[in-house]
Design a protein around this ligand. Structure first.
Ligand SMILES: Cc1cc2nc3c(=O)[nH]c(=O)nc-3n(C[C@H](O)[C@H](O)[C@H](O)COP(=O)(O)OP(=O)(O)OC[C@H]3O[C@@H](n4cnc5c(N)ncnc54)[C@H](O)[C@@H]3O)c2cc1C
Length: 443
């Protein structure tokens, strides 16, 4: 079968190998675990090889003491939330879509709007079982080599089978949200930093087509889980109600011009004007707050057949000048970037290849094409020079030479990955393109 990442830029011909009763039926010569294919580039595929997929049906989650859930790696965050929210528990970290598996969340060590406070997904994993070609099934706990290499290890150390995840107690399925519309990049950075001090969750949507005095304008949204006292009488009747719906999808044959620069500019303008300058205490459901894009099935097809690149990088604190420069380049660039998402990260976790580290992170969608790729190549240079890095789960085009400086713990990670998979059966198009596992000669 033919598969791609969410950006639909690189495709691979793969065979599916189901993971039955906890272990792959046979380790293929070249294969990689695959969850729901929500990584944007080529991390969950290997052209001419196999994808290791959870065999259905995936068992239900179960509680292991107060607040810790044992969950199969093939369970999606969507399924987990439908099970846990009515019981008064939320996932400790949620990415911008709930259609990711727990295995994918561990392998990319995903972050959410609360990274500044709670860190990334694996900071809340207490134990996981990992099936490895070299050492069989290993139980890994925080601090172990296997844990540090698998958290953010992009599926190249083994197949995560299940995990014990510490959940977050909630009293309602509503969020109490504050919104600020900001006119330019300096206000934006100040507003986000200030929001972080007061809120568990914060994020900013930034207009990447605005220039001049409006450069970096956007909308900061921040909040926390609402208490029962925050709700009106109607909502109090069922404070933990949770049944998100998904609207009919986008057809596969959308022409590529649907999201071009003029359309993007008009959309951004309307969206910016619609946001209130300042609003507090608005009640918003979990789904529209955390997963607004999930409301429209297959929205990635809006970019047409050529697909799109999502680019996400992080810059250390003190590199705000570089951030401004990147936003300028995106706004001036020929490739239509639409909305960007800006956020502050807190300290890094223990994953050797995990992406988040303290600083500013920006994610931008760009229609794929030579101009976009050239622009992103030049942004990579700026990011590397500023001591930052790009996110492997979103990457589809980075050059391998940047890898060691972006990920300084790469050598340590390779040593552990080689121990767990000495014959290098685990490989992906991402691995091949970037040389993640390194050359055999270097061993
Ligand atoms: C709309 C949208 C919003 C997003 N927002 C965010 C965000 O806010 N923050 C963020 O961090 N990411 C975000 N992402 C990226 C996404 O969270 C990650 O790419 C995640 O890894 C996808 O999970 P998946 O189950 O789809 O995995 P896949 O895309 O199928 O695979 C991703 C990686 O996980 C590995 N993997 C999958 N299952 C297993 C397993 N059982 N054992 C070992 N390895 C495994 C694969 O080999 C691959 O390397 C977003 C993606 C989309 C489409």
């Amino acid at each position: 079968m033919r598969v791609s990442g969410w950006g639909r830029t690189s495709w691979a011909e793969v065979t599916e190998v189901p993971i039955v009763a906890g272990v792959p039926t046979a380790w293929p010569r070249a294969g990689v675990p695959r969850g729901l294919g929500r990584s944007y580039g080529d991390a969950a595929q290997i052209d001419g090889g196999a994808v290791l997929v959870p065999s259905a049906p995936v068992p239900e989650p179960s509680w292991r003491g107060a607040g810790t859930v044992r969950v199969h790696a093939g369970t999606s965050i969507d399924e987990l939330l439908r099970w846990s929210v009515p019981q008064g528990w939320f996932v400790p970290v949620s990415p911008g879509t709930r259609f990711v598996t727990v295995g994918g969340a561990i392998a990319a060590d995903v972050h959410g709007k609360n990274h500044h406070r709670d860190g990334s997904f694996c900071a809340h994993v207490r134990r996981m079982r990992v099936a490895t070609p070299g050492e069989g099934t290993v139980v890994a706990r925080p601090g172990d080599d296997v844990f540090r290499a698998t958290a953010g290890g992009m599926g190249l150390t083994g197949v995560v089978l299940d995990a014990d995840v510490r959940m977050l107690r909630i009293a309602t399925s509503w969020m109490a949200v504050g919104t600020r519309r900001v006119d330019g990049i300096d206000d934006m950075l100040a507003c986000l930093a200030e929001a972080d001090g007061r809120n568990r969750y914060s994020v900013a949507w930034i207009d990447l087509l605005a220039r001049g005095a409006s450069l970096g304008r956007g909308v900061v949204s921040a909040g926390d889980h609402a208490t029962v006292a925050d709700l009106d009488a109607a909502r109090r009747a069922d404070p933990l109600a949770y049944a998100p719906r998904v609207r009919a999808g986008v057809p596969d044959a959308v022409p590529g011009f649907v999201l071009n620069r003029p359309v993007g500019r008009a959309f951004n303008e309307a969206w910016f004007r619609r946001a209130p300058r300042r609003r507090d205490g608005e009640l918003v459901g979990i789904a529209p707050f955390f997963h607004p894009l999930d409301a429209l099935r297959d929205w990635n097809r809006l970019y047409g057949r050529r697909g799109f690149l999502q680019h996400q990088f992080v810059l250390p604190d003190g590199r705000e000048g570089t951030l401004r420069h990147v936003v300028e380049r995106l706004a001036d660039g020929g490739a239509p970037g639409m909305l960007g998402v800006l956020k502050r990260f807190g300290p890094a976790g223990e994953g050797l290849l995990s992406f988040p580290r303290t600083g500013w992170t920006l994610a931008a969608d760009l229609a794929d094409g030579p101009e976009a790729r050239a622009l992103l190549d030049s942004l990579d240079e700026m990011v590397v020079q500023a001591g930052g890095r790009t996110y492997l789960a979103k990457d589809a085009r980075m050059r391998p030479r940047h890898l060691p400086s972006m990920y300084p713990k790469l050598t340590e990670w390779r040593r552990i990955a080689d121990r767990l998979d000495p014959d290098r059966r685990l490989t992906s198009d991402l691995d091949r393109r970037l040389g993640l596992r390194g050359s055999h000669r270097g061993r």
